[in-house]
Write a protein that binds this ligand. Sequence first.
Ligand code: SF4
Length: 234
Amino acid sequence: MSQMFCFQCQQTAGGSGCVQVGVCGKQPDTAALQDGLVCSLIRLATAAVQQEAYSDAITGLLEDGLFTTLTNVNFDNEAIRQFTLRVDEAIGTLGAPEGPAVRLWQGETDTVSLRSTLLFGLKGMAAYAHQAAALGFRDKEVDRWLYKGLKAVGEAHTVEEWLSLILAFGRANLKCMELLDRANTESFGVPHPVKVPADIKKGPFIVVSGHDLRDLYLLLRQTEGKGVNVYTHG
Ligand code: SF4
């Protein structure tokens, strides 16, 4: 039996899956903790849908929990453990019964692929929704799909049902991208091409990847006048 299984990004080993250690450096214990967190999120979403318990607190847990498990966002085992405890506490508050852990990567190949397509899509949407929310923009349909999608990931479906779910989710995901676009353009203006220096300056620097414009804005404010250069591709 392999030490881990992760195939959620294009760097995945051999184009099929990281099974010893992640190409990105993710360790097996981190991968297991991330999977455990996803299973807790599925239980929380399922209990919340069954009880129609949609709250900002639960939405925040689902959104940030999914974002935490995205590709190489967070490899801090203790932080993942603590987040999982918070999710389990929320499950306890809803009085949801214990259930078997969802076997995320087991089953018939097509089923695993379809389940993963929905799960990875939800992780991506959670990241965008998180960035939009940080700028004060939310969308009810996007939020509800965090519940609906996670619950669906934990259930059995026919291929046709999976495809229908994924297509419907794709429309919500597009809505989330529009939401983030609106959040970014209304907060920072409409992007347009400008000339930027591409040389490397002497002195301390920070390299930023990703596209969280609010984080980048805060970092630029914090480093302003301090002689620390910020480089980014975005
Ligand atoms: S996130 Fe890391 S461990 Fe997972 S597939 Fe990508 S490279 Fe491999």
